[in-house]
Design a protein around this ligand. Structure first.
Ligand code: ZN
Ligand code: ZN
Length: 372
């Protein structure tokens, strides 16, 4: 069996290397990757040559995957928390594992764990899953869910995390409307995969959702996910004035930045009405600094909410959501390529020709065996 994995070596520098997995040791699993998805974060990491939290090169690359257990390390039977896994089990692995010992973990904020470990190496035909991930963030793939769709659990968990952090705000907004019926209005800047998932979840909650993006095809996808309004962004640095003009000057209760750009962060603050909440959902590719109108935050009582990553229980919830098929999740993955075509997959995403690209490692396996 081949063991190949893509490694990130530096900015726009990747290589497909052979490797021999060492293990699985006790508590670990060895997986055959069946499908891996390229995420906007991977593109950002590729262009930047690293990520402040998740990985520094040289290192294995890719973090959204579904796979089959092909070897199980000797289990420690004294530990009742760990599920038992067997060869042939179909699983989805979350790409982080909290310590469950620190203050943040104790407060249910595992994504902020002081010792959060990340798992990279999804762009491979084999991946070794460390013990902490097996224990805390390994999930059975529902039988009716394809590996490709199941690998969407990671980005969906990020969107579910955002929704979870927004729940107190949403409850407050709806309880304030005592006499008059006002829709809670939200604008999501950026209609990439995560922007679309946010549109879908919030629209399903009954919010009136506007989606803003420079790409007409992505706005069409937003409508499929339940956006009631769309705004074609003509000029990234001047998004909000035309958007508000189309609404008679009315701002939004909530504005969410899912663009990965400084201009999106500025727009998010600018678009929110007095008493509203601006959400910084995505990390930026370039400078994280923006000019901030602190007076507006003070006088208009704007709340600023940062949202990062996800927690293991949300990976489980995401798999249930995907298995429910209530949102058009399959719209998010519009290209499938074999493992060695990762460079093309990254180009397709950089050029906005695909929302997400799947690496179909399973299909490749079939092709290999039919050649033999
Ligand atoms: Zn991701
Ligand atoms: Zn912790």
């Amino acid at each position: 069996m081949t063991h190949r994995q893509w490694q990130l070596l530096g900015p726009e520098d990747i290589a497909l290397r052979s490797f021999e997995p060492v293990g699985p040791k006790p508590g670990e699993l060895l997986l055959r990757v069946r499908a891996a998805l390229v995420c906007g974060t991977d593109l950002k990491v590729f262009l930047n040559g690293g990520h402040a939290r998740m990985l520094q090169p040289p290192c294995p690359f890719g973090h959204e995957l579904a796979g089959t257990v092909i070897a199980v390390g000797a289990t420690q039977s004294s530990d009742r928390r760990s599920q038992s896994w067997a060869v042939g089990d179909e699983v989805v692995i979350g790409n982080s594992a909290p310590c469950y010992r620190c203050r943040e973990c104790a407060r249910g904020r595992e994504n902020l764990c002081a010792d959060l470990e990340y798992l990279n190496g999804a762009f491979a035909d084999t991946v070794l899953v460390p013990e902490r991930f097996v224990r805390h963030n390994c999930h059975r793939r529902p039988a009716s869910l394809s590996p490709k769709l199941a690998a969407l659990a990671e980005p969906l968990a990020c969107a579910l995390h955002c929704r979870e952090l927004l729940l107190p705000t949403l409850e407050r907004l709806s309880s304030m409307d005592h006499n008059v019926e006002h829709d809670v209005e939200v604008v999501v800047f950026g209609a990439g995969p995560l922007g679309l998932l946010l549109v879908g979840l919030l629209a399903r909650d009954g919010l009136s959702v506007t989606s803003a993006d420079p790409n007409e095809r992505r706005l069409a996808a937003s409508r499929a996910f339940g956006a009631t309004q769309t705004e074609l962004v003509v000029e990234r640095e001047r998004v909000v004035p035309p958007l508000l003009e189309h609404r008679g000057g009315e701002r939004f209760d909530l504005a969410i930045d899912a663009t990965g750009r400084a201009s999106g962060r500025s727009a998010t603050l600018e678009a929110v009405r007095a008493g509203g909440t601006a959400v910084y959902f995505s990390g930026t590719l370039h400078s994280p600094r923006i000019a901030l109108d602190a007076d507006r935050i003070h006088y208009d009582e704007i709340s600023l909410l940062g949202v990062y990553h996800h927690r293991p229980p949300l990976m489980a919830q995401a798999l249930e959501e995907l298995d429910d098929h209530q949102l058009p999740f399959s719209h998010l993955v519009n290209e499938t390529v074999p493992l060695e075509d990762l460079p093309r997959a990254l180009r397709l995403m950089r050029d906005r020709q695909a929302l997400k690209v799947a690496l179909d490692i399973d299909g490749e396996q079939v092709a290999e065996s039919s050649e033999a």
